[in-house]
Ligand binder design. Sequence first.
Ligand SMILES: NC(=O)c1ccc[n+]([C@@H]2O[C@H](COP(=O)([O-])OP(=O)(O)OC[C@H]3O[C@@H](n4cnc5c(N)ncnc54)[C@H](OP(=O)(O)O)[C@@H]3O)[C@@H](O)[C@H]2O)c1
Length: 248
Amino acid sequence: MDLGLDGKVCVITGGTRGIGAAVARLLGAEGARVLTVSRTEADLNLDVTDPTAPGRIQAECEERLGPVDVLVNNAGTSEVKPLGELTDGDWQRQWELHVMAPMRLMRALAPGMADRGRGRIVNVCSSSGKRPSLTNAAYSVTKAAQLSLSRTFADAYAARGVLVNAVAPGPVETGLWLSEGGLADQVAAAKDISREEALEAQAAKVPLGRFGTEEEVAGIIVVLCSALAANVSGAAWSVDGGAVPVIL
Ligand SMILES: NC(=O)c1ccc[n+]([C@@H]2O[C@H](COP(=O)([O-])OP(=O)(O)OC[C@H]3O[C@@H](n4cnc5c(N)ncnc54)[C@H](OP(=O)(O)O)[C@@H]3O)[C@@H](O)[C@H]2O)c1
């Protein structure tokens, strides 16, 4: 099946690890030309929360590969922190990473896509944006805002050929959970249980009974970037093993 991605120029933030790296691999396998962006070990190393990041990403991408056809706003992170311990700084950092950074990138890149009459944007949100989790309320609230942001840009740009969608993954077995000091270790420490018990408890919250894989989430992102999704705009596609019990 031809996904129509051959030769497409794609920018993936957080494209060096986890879900973003899987997206980069799958898009590359379809013949797309990919620019990964993260703070370390990417094609372009920068912090997406820097207000100058979009201008630099656009300029570098156009110089190296050409105008951007596809943007995947994937950079994001979380930590275990009770509601009462979240500081103003914690809230602000989550807001900058999950709302301001993708907003600035869409604001910079969507008009050019619209001028060319085509473009795809996928924002990697979270199931906890649909159903808040107290693991980190600032994460949940800013992921909910990122879903609203996606819908806003979808409404603004659909008529000009730029399709904006979101995905909402549930727990996924990436470094965010599994790396040393990651969420599994943090949950274990907070609840005084083992790391294995923490992972089992999280998997048990999912109807499928397991974590998702980065390829499972990346596959849906790639479909949304592809010719198969030519009539999809403003969707928030759950890839969560059934974790959020609504048909939205
Ligand atoms: N894993 C899950 O269970 C899960 C569930 C729902 C949603 N998500 C969402 O999926 C996305 C990817 O998560 P993941 O699990 O794949 O995470 P991950 O394995 O920790 O990878 C995160 C990526 O984002 C980059 N990044 C983080 N902060 C950045 C910044 N300020 N500027 C530029 N790049 C930055 C990282 O590279 P550097 O550190 O080098 O910058 C890395 O490439 C996130 O938005 C996350 O919220 C994940």
